[in-house]
Design a protein around this ligand. Structure first.
Ligand SMILES: Cc1cc2nc3c(=O)[nH]c(=O)nc-3n(C[C@H](O)[C@H](O)[C@H](O)COP(=O)(O)OP(=O)(O)OC[C@H]3O[C@@H](n4cnc5c(N)ncnc54)[C@H](O)[C@@H]3O)c2cc1C
Length: 239
């Protein structure tokens, strides 16, 4: 998850004690161990370390690259996805005349900057769909790893004192709310239904499949913010 998103979450949960920049070395039932510190006991330890959850999970990193373009005047109201022999390319309009073009999928844990080949292919594909992008300015390029398990499916593990969620691969932002709901239900804390879910079935139409409906709720920003907790902040490390 990007640092911006983590900061947005922190704003929504003021009573949570956030330990920025700490590296967790071990996650076990009811136990977290931060680098350089002793183990600390908790009611529930949650492991969402992505690629760094090895060796507890057989997770691998799959490289993805995106390009940010600035193109004032180019009109695009919705994300567009196109078929491409090498990339599943999408163009996402963002506020401020920005467009995100992504994403490559390379079986490698290389986090180095975007390659010329990926950049050329992504931008050529985007421009073939929207020729008006020809004069766009390249404002940012980004490469990162997606955590994937051997079957490329998301995985939730629960046992007393421990929750692990991993393998979100290409669709982590989309899947996260549904996976968290599922995990809370497994832990015996079923959350309140999402506002706007299930969506109304259009007259004479078909219902959306549940994952799509939940994703729509997330994309529309209709998720309720987390309720503030009464739990006082705890120190990052207790000896
Ligand atoms: C280029 C690109 C484009 C993408 N586009 C989309 C998209 O359009 N839609 C979509 O749904 N998904 C997209 N994804 C996929 C999405 O980013 C991932 O599925 C998602 O980030 C996985 O979330 P995660 O929280 O499981 O793992 P991560 O995002 O990898 O988060 C793991 C977190 O754990 C922290 N961490 C790791 N090790 C430790 C440790 N030892 N101690 C403490 N903290 C630790 C990391 O700092 C990080 O914050 C994209 C991914 C990439 C790379």
């Amino acid at each position: 998850m990007s640092r911006d998103m983590l900061h947005a979450l922190a704003v929504q949960a003021p009573n949570v004690h956030w330990c920025w920049g700490e590296r967790v070395e071990r996650v076990a039932p009811g136990v977290l161990q931060v680098a350089g510190e002793g183990p600390v006991r908790f009611d529930l330890a949650i492991d969402v370390r992505g690629v760094n959850s090895r060796p507890d999970l057989a997770v691998r990193g799959v490289r993805g690259e995106v390009i940010w373009l600035h193109a004032p005047g180019v009109q695009l109201q919705r994300p567009v996805r196109l078929l491409h022999p090498r990339h599943r390319v999408y163009i996402v309009p963002r506020p401020g005349d920005l467009f995100v073009v992504g994403a490559s999928e390379v079986e490698s844990e290389d986090r180095s900057p975007v390659s010329l080949r990926s950049a050329v292919e992504l931008m050529a594909a985007a421009q073939s769909v929207l020729p008006e992008l020809a004069e766009a300015r390249i404002v940012h390029m980004e490469a990162n790893l997606r955590p994937a398990l051997p079957d490329n499916e998301p995985h939730t593990h629960t046992e007393p004192g421990l929750l692990r969620i991993n393998g979100l691969f290409r669709h982590g932002w989309l899947l996260a709310p549904a996976l968290v709901q599922d995990a809370l239900t497994r832990l015996g804390h079923p959350p309140a239904p999402l506002r706007g879910f299930p969506p109304p079935v259009p007259e004479g139409g078909h219902s959306l499949w549940p994952g799509q409906a939940r994703s729509t709720a997330v994309l529309d920003g209709t998720l309720a913010p987390a309720a503030p907790s009464d739990v006082p902040p705890a120190p990052c490390a207790v000896h």
